[in-house]
Design a protein around this ligand. Structure first.
Ligand SMILES: *Cc1c(COP(=O)(O)O)cnc(C)c1O
Length: 385
């Protein structure tokens, strides 16, 4: 089966990891900072914090923004559950803004409508998590304007979008957000095995996130409630977790990151091929349009079911049966049983439901071969005929 995504591990990655394994530090050593500065400089953000997952990064970002009980976090329903669970983990309430039918991203027009209504009801969100789905940047300028008008903070869940660009900025610059989150899970654009990163241009925010990610413990005497007992002294000033990334993981990250532009270039080559080969089929292709430069973590097609005599499920299962490992990103979060138990009906976002009934992620990863790509196209044409 041709998978929908796959990591690319080379000898230089293995050598870099092996170097750490025989060094003085397996964790809390120099390679984590090396990885943090490489990503920060590339993205043009002021601060960065490597963590053990994007899920941890989202949680730490919400804590730094002081999201708590009585507050609302809004996000898109078409994302991985981590994008909204970070709100629940802070005891906040969560709500969903419908997507745009062309970009599949959180729709700024729907957002404005929902904000106007929430303002009247006194239920405005404190934090909005936007997701650059499949790597395609969201309409950040529009969302940023709304954040000023309605006074909410923005977290960019850019788990799919490292290497992408929005106008003249790299994703991760935080030009229109308080935080950006990257994921380095093996199916994502670059990997550390498990891992994530938080970027921000605001020092106090990244410091708060960092404190939460490291037990709430400080060695900075200015932050302590009393004079240190001695040079060994550390003080716990709040409650936290251990969300740190190890140097072993960071070594893989540094090595993978050095090939980021190569990977993004290859992903665009693959997308060019798919665009060209699939344009005549009854499907909606992913939007690729300047000034949006997608990281292309995923290549999601949408079936035009009114022009097809098979169902979405039939097409999906036939593709898999013929060796094309398609997937579906994602099930609308407000239809998950856990969320239904919280009072969602699952019917809140019609565009998200339509997306869920039509979307299929095709194989997309740098090491896919030309023969494999040809097979994906041939099988898809046969199944949709
Ligand atoms: C993968 C993913 C996450 C979670 O990333 P982890 O690093 O596995 O915690 C969060 N949000 C989105 C959109 C993702 O795709």
């Amino acid at each position: 089966m041709i998978p929908y995504g796959r990591q690319d591990i080379r000898k230089q990655d293995i050598d870099k990891v092996a170097e750490v394994l025989t060094s003085d530090f397996l964790t809390q050593g120099p390679v984590v900072s090396e990885f943090e500065s490489a990503v920060r400089e590339y993205c043009g953000a002021k601060y960065s914090l490597a963590l053990n997952s994007a899920t941890s990064a989202l949680h730490a970002a919400c804590v730094a923004l002081e999201l708590g009980s009585g507050d609302y976090l809004w996000t898109t329903p078409i994302t991985f559950v981590a994008s909204s669970n970070c709100g629940l983990l802070c005891n906040a309430k969560v709500d969903f803004v419908d997507i745009d039918r062309e970009t599949n991203n959180l729709c700024p027009i729907e957002l404005r409508k929902k904000l106007e209504k929430a303002k009247l009801e006194g239920r405005l969100p404190k934090v909005v998590v936007i997701v650059h789905l499949a790597g395609l940047p969201c309409q950040m300028k529009e969302i940023f304007e709304l954040s000023k008008e309605y006074n909410f903070k923005i977290i960019e869940d850019a788990s799919h979008a490292i290497g992408g660009e929005y106008f003249e900025d790299k994703i991760g610059s935080c030009a229109y957000s308080d935080f950006t989150v990257f994921s380095f899970h093996p199916v994502k654009i670059i990997t550390t095995g498990e891992g994530g990163m938080l970027l921000s241009n605001q020092q106090t925010l990244i410091e708060k996130a960092s404190l939460f990610a490291c037990h709430g413990v400080t060695r900075d005497s200015k932050k302590m409630t009393k004079e240190p007992d001695g040079s060994w002294y550390y003080q716990m000033i709040s409650l936290g977790h251990n969300f740190r990334m190890s140097d072993i993981h960071a070594a893989l990250g540094v090595s993978q990151f050095s090939r980021l532009d190569e990977y993004i270039g290859r992903r665009h080559e693959i997308a060019d091929f798919y665009d060209d080969q699939l344009v005549c089929l009854p499907i909606q292709l992913p939007l690729r349009k300047a000034p949006y430069y997608s990281g292309l973590h995923l290549y999601v097609i949408r079936l035009q079911l009114n022009k097809l005599d098979k169902s979405h499920t039939e097409i999906f299962e036939e593709l898999r049966a013929k060796g094309v490992g398609v997937n579906l990103h994602y099930i609308p979060i407000n239809t998950q049983p856990y969320y239904l138990d919280m009072g969602f009906t699952g019917q809140e976002c019609p565009n998200a439901l339509a997306y869920y009934s039509e979307a299929i992620s095709l194989p997309m990863y740098p090491s896919i071969t030309d023969e494999q790509l040809a097979k994906v196209v041939a099988v898809l044409k046969e199944v949709l005929r």
